[in-house]
Ligand binder design. Structure first.
Ligand SMILES: Nc1nc2c(c(=O)[nH]1)N[C@H]1C(S)=C(S)[C@@H](COP(=O)(O)O)O[C@H]1N2
Ligand SMILES: [Mo]
Length: 197
């Protein structure tokens, strides 16, 4: 039986169908951070969702994780052309969060400790497609990878997966976050190469 190493199919002329156009598979996990790594202790970590009601919802470490931790295995795609395939994670689905949130707004700005922001349409955070992750590769998230908690939206380029996430703000219209203001695509679908605008 012939064994094909996944991700190196290009050599044999057969490309891994899990790789979006222009992406190369890596086995390591590069760190990409604009600025310093903030030091966020679980004892002070909070997650806040702000809506048009003016009365934000806030969870602490234990109450947020009690919303329901699940395991998920996904591929991640960085706009700088690397992808990691089949990564195991643990976290809380944003479906669990939005079961508790009342809003008529359709867009979300994710906010991080340290000031990073990124925008995502609400619909794309629902339907089992986005999580607040606490573990990756079977270990608590390293600080450099966004520990103690990060957003993971694997069907969009990885810059949408805000590290050190602290909350979400609902918005009536789509607005650019940190990288989107600096030329990255407002949406960021890797399959249609929405890299830059
Ligand atoms: N808070 C924060 N989140 C962030 C970033 C950042 O600089 N700050 N970089 C983004 C980018 S551009 C990428 S590719 C991924 C990288 O995540 P990693 O360092 O865990 O690979 O995080 C995204 N989330
Ligand atoms: Mo990135």
């Amino acid at each position: 039986m012939a064994l094909i190493t996944r991700g190196f199919g290009g050599r044999g002329g057969q490309r891994d169908s899990r790789l979006p156009p222009g992406q190369t598979h890596v086995d390591d996990w590069p760190v990409l951070t604009a600025g310093a790594t903030p030091d966020v202790d679980p004892s002070v970590w909070e997650f806040t969702v702000a809506t048009e009601s003016g009365d934000p919802m806030t969870w602490d470490w234990d109450s947020f994780r009690a919303l329901g931790m699940e395991e998920f295995r996904v591929d991640i795609h960085c706009v700088t052309h690397w992808s990691r395939l089949g990564m195991p994670w643990r976290g809380v689905s944003l479906d669990r969060v939005f079961e508790q949130v009342e809003t008529s707004y359709d867009y979300v700005m994710a906010h991080s400790y340290g000031g990073y922001t990124t925008n995502v349409p609400l619909e794309e955070l629902l339907g089992g497609r986005a999580w607040i992750a606490f573990e990756a590769d079977g270990e608590p998230l390293e600080p450099e990878h966004g520990g103690p908690a990060r957003l993971v939206v694997p069907h969009l380029y990885f810059w949408k997966s805000a590290k050190w996430v602290r909350g979400l703000t609902m918005m009536p219209q789509d607005e650019p976050g940190f990288w989107e203001e600096r030329g990255y695509h407002l949406h960021g679908d890797p399959w249609t190469e929405e890299r830059y605008s």
